[in-house]
Design a protein around this ligand. Structure first.
Ligand SMILES: [Zn+2]
Length: 334
């Protein structure tokens, strides 16, 4: 459903609610930078148009001026917007779409907003028009069943972003690694191979150290060092895997995550409507019910062993919440 010519007052009211929700989302989970400036600008202008009862499609000129804080660009507004717009719609929001849907559904809404550009109106002297499209929240997300929590000790989380994998594992991990078919066997093979290498190297070191005659100190040191190195490498490769199978969620190994990402978790999720499991990268976040600071999910360390907890950026030692990745809810822990 597009928004052009929506004269109907109730529809506008609905859109207004969605815009306010999106605005709140950006405030809490957005970032600084041009793409979000453009999105903020589009929200402000659309809200103004609703108030005035005007057409909800925004021209590139109006949007550029709004996004740049009133400064008129020397380039054409369309080309000034094209870079940030592309990043916004093809990357920034795509990485956040799942969390965006969750956020809207946690606010009891059945639709979420997506910015679109009217290409048909393009061409010289006929600037592109920008507006919001209402999209239904996909059935995977349980619409409206997760009411926002208003108590000061309860917190709701959203999967804030789908982090990018590191370049070398991108092909395998992007969009999740489904544990079926050859992918399943590849992983099993990888685990077994690492394990066998460990066993083999320990056995070889044992044979060298126990059964050779006149061992030089140098041979002993080299054997022990090289064996430890290989065992350590293989162990650090399989231990995250074992922990993932055990605990369903772990801190993602740094080597598997793109350098730009931070605070990334790796979790094992059930494929929607099936029994197949999928490994995916994710970053969860919530808003502190005490101080409205951002709550990030971190390892519980010594105080909460084998657990992930939500820690508020503003008061990390005091505003600590439990984190349940299934219900996406948590409670104040102290
Ligand atoms: Zn707080």
């Amino acid at each position: 459903m597009t928004l052009q010519n929506q004269a109907d007052a109730t529809e506008d009211l609905n859109l207004r609610e969605l815009l306010l929700c999106l605005s709140e989302y950006i405030q809490r989970h957005g970032a600084s930078g041009k793409p979000f400036d453009v999105l903020r600008g589009l929200i402000t202008l659309t809200l103004e148009r609703i108030e005035k009862g005007e057409d909800l499609k925004i021209s590139s000129t109006s949007l550029q001026v709004e996004a740049d804080g009133g400064v008129v660009t020397e380039k054409s507004p369309g080309s000034a917007l094209s870079g940030p717009w592309k990043t916004l719609t093809e990357r920034t929001l795509v990485d956040r779409e799942q969390g965006l849907q969750k956020f809207f559904s946690q606010h009891g809404l059945s639709h979420y907003l997506w910015p679109v550009k009217d290409k048909s109106a393009g061409g010289a002297g006929n600037p592109s028009m920008y507006y919001f499209e209402m999209r239904p929240i996909s059935s995977e997300e349980d619409v409206g069943t997760t009411e926002p929590t208003h108590s000061s000790t309860m917190i709701s989380y959203i999967p804030e972003i789908t982090p990018r994998p590191a370049w070398w594992i991108k092909k395998l991990l992007e969009g999740g690694y489904s544990l079926e078919g050859w992918r399943r066997w590849l992983l099993v093979g990888f685990g077994l191979t690492s394990f066998l290498i460990i066993v083999m190297f320990i056995a070889m070191a044992w044979i060298v150290l126990v059964y050779s005659d006149n061992l030089s100190l140098q041979t002993i040191v080299t054997t022990i060092l090289s064996t430890s190195l290989v065992v350590w490498v293989c162990y650090s490769l399989i231990s995250p895997l074992v922990r993932l199978l055990d605990w369903r969620i772990i801190k993602a190994p740094e080597s598997m995550v793109s350098l730009r990402e931070h605070n990334v978790l790796m979790e094992l999720v059930k494929e929607a409507g099936g029994n197949t499991k999928r490994i995916r990268l994710v970053r969860y976040a919530g808003i502190c019910p005490i101080c409205s600071g951002k709550v990030e999910i971190l390892e519980g360390k010594k105080e909460f062993p084998n657990r992930f907890v939500g820690r508020c950026e503003e008061s990390p030692a005091e505003h600590v919440f439990s984190f349940d990745r299934v219900t996406l809810k948590g409670e104040l822990l102290r």
